[in-house]
Design a protein. Structure first.
Length: 395
């Protein structure tokens, strides 16, 4: 099997490639095998057997810790660096053991700065809103800066105390109401980090025939971080995409978070591509996921468009309460794999998967989490849902 390479012209993807994958914890052991079968079937059918994926399992999470003593072994990170593109199931972050989110650790190790979350509605899926079919958009969330950079100090710590004293004595800041009992966090937002997330969001909009790109921010309050995010975004858009702006092919607008969250419910059809900082993007993604069937129906990708590295993943957790019952919904991971195929340029296989899921759900074949939304639904297990999706590819 050949390796994917990043060239000056973009990804070079051979017909037969190696793709590393992390099965994941909890229901990951149930949904990953189903996902791989669906992907293999789509690739085989779309290209008449002339393309294929050699799946390379790498370890992370609880199983990795049992085998190697590390939750994220160096060999796993090295595999994703070497093969560029991979797939990941949900991972457990151990509570109270001083281990940060393994997903965040992977993103930072590979500098996967663009968290890409597409949202669309599949007919019949339960939704708390009246017109979920109006949602068809993609969120770009910056993944390496903002509060997720993890720069913070607990109350009473040596560094926290020093930082508090520095604010008061050196910078003469008087805004900390209770300095003796405060914990502190720092929120870095850089020009370079802002410009690269804006570029990939705009490039996506242009390549997917989306005219609207919306900056969601709190720049009216955090003027020197999120305010700068907005200013830098407009600057790079005018400097590098001015022709598209002046012709009307591209529209770049900004909106504050409070106004946006109301519009996200009332008028989601107004948005094509949304680009925002890390914490805002976390909230925004959950708002749209809730409207289209929950995180079980929402895929995600973490991408560095400059190096080519990318990991696509299910956006939900390990769901420990349903492990081993064959009731988990594999759609988030399957749709993430479809995103992966599109990223590789294998769009025919990607489209085949999305169409098959759409047909499966229209037939009322569902997993338990969304079965109640169908009057005549046929509630099936995880494996059976995957089998139904594969069958729908031949219709």
């Amino acid at each position: 099997m050949a390796k994917i390479k990043m060239t000056g012209a973009g990804l070079r993807v051979p017909n037969d490639i190696t793709v590393p994958f992390i099965t994941g914890d909890g229901i990951g052991r149930e949904i990953m095998p189903v996902c791989r079968k669906v992907v293999d079937a789509a690739v085989k059918q779309a290209y008449n057997g002339n393309r294929s994926i050699d799946w390379l399992e790498v370890m992370a999470g609880e199983e990795a810790f049992k085998q190697s003593g590390a939750y994220l072994p160096d060999e796993t990170v090295a595999a994703f660096k070497e093969y560029l593109v991979g797939l990941k199931g949900p991972l457990m972050t151990p509570a109270g053991r001083g281990v940060r989110s393994l997903s965040i650790m992977l993103r930072q190790a590979l500098d996967l700065y663009a968290c890409q979350r597409p949202f669309r509605y599949f007919f019949g899926v339960t939704s708390p809103v009246k017109y979920p079919d109006r949602i068809n958009l993609c969120v770009f969330r910056e993944s390496t800066e903002d509060v997720y950079a993890g720069i913070e100090w607990p109350y009473g710590s040596e560094k926290g105390t020093k930082f508090g004293e520095f604010l008061q004595k050196e910078l003469n800041e008087e805004k900390v109401r209770f300095p003796e009992t405060s914990a502190y966090g720092v929120k870095p937002v850089s020009k370079e980090g802002t410009e690269r997330i804006i570029r990939c969001a705009i490039d996506y909009a242009l390549s997917h025939n989306r005219r609207s790109v919306t900056l969601v921010h709190n720049g009216n309050i955090m003027k020197y971080t999120e305010g700068a995010f907005v200013n830098w975004a407009y600057d790079v858009a005018e400097r590098e995409y001015g022709t598209y702006l002046s012709s009307g092919r591209l529209r770049l607008t900004g909106i504050t978070c409070d106004a946006f969250f109301q519009n996200a419910i009332l008028h989601p059809e107004e948005y094509g591509v949304i680009v925002t900082s890390n914490l805002n993007g976390d909230y925004i993604s959950d708002v749209f996921a809730a409207q289209v069937g929950g995180v079980g129906m929402s895929p995600g990708g973490n991408i560095n468009y400059e190096t080519g590295h990318a990991i696509f993943e299910a956006t939900h957790g390990v769901a420990s309460d349903i492990v081993g019952r064959n009731v988990a919904n594999p759609s988030s991971l399957i749709l993430a794999a479809s995103m992966m195929l599109e990223y590789l340029g294998w769009k025919e296989a990607a489209d085949l998967i999305v169409t098959a899921i759409e047909r499966t759900l229209r037939q009322g074949i569902t997993t338990a989490d969304i079965a109640d939304s169908y009057k005549h639904s046929s509630c099936v297990g995880t494996r059976e849902f995957g089998e139904a999706v594969v069958k729908m590819m031949s219709i």
